[in-house]
Design a protein. Structure first.
Length: 95
């Protein structure tokens, strides 16, 4: 398994180097305070990274909501189990 991971990592690095070599043309980025040239590959990787970060941040609300609901359900389950134990320990009464 370790060798497979190493081979996949090396393949990814070779592809990244080829991507950077094929997209080495400079691109002018205009900011509010000025402009600067960057290699196209760096701009594309930066945009990908920012997109991934925004995707993770936008999904955090849903994940935290599900975790909160899961905690509430676990608490209710513990309470229900405790109630069942209490009811089972009560003696039967005749009417």
């Amino acid at each position: 398994m370790r060798i497979i991971k190493l081979l996949l990592f090396l393949l990814l690095m070779i592809l990244a180097a080829a991507f950077a070599a094929l997209n080495a043309d400079p691109v002018l980025l205009n900011f509010y305070f000025g402009a600067r040239e960057f290699p196209l590959s760096l701009v594309m990787v930066g945009a990908l990274g920012i997109g991934m970060l925004l995707g993770i941040l936008s999904g955090m609300g849903v994940i935290l909501g599900v975790k909160r609901e899961n905690a509430q359900l676990r608490r209710r389950e513990r309470e229900a189990i405790a109630e069942v134990k209490n009811l089972r320990s009560l003696p039967l009464q005749d009417r």
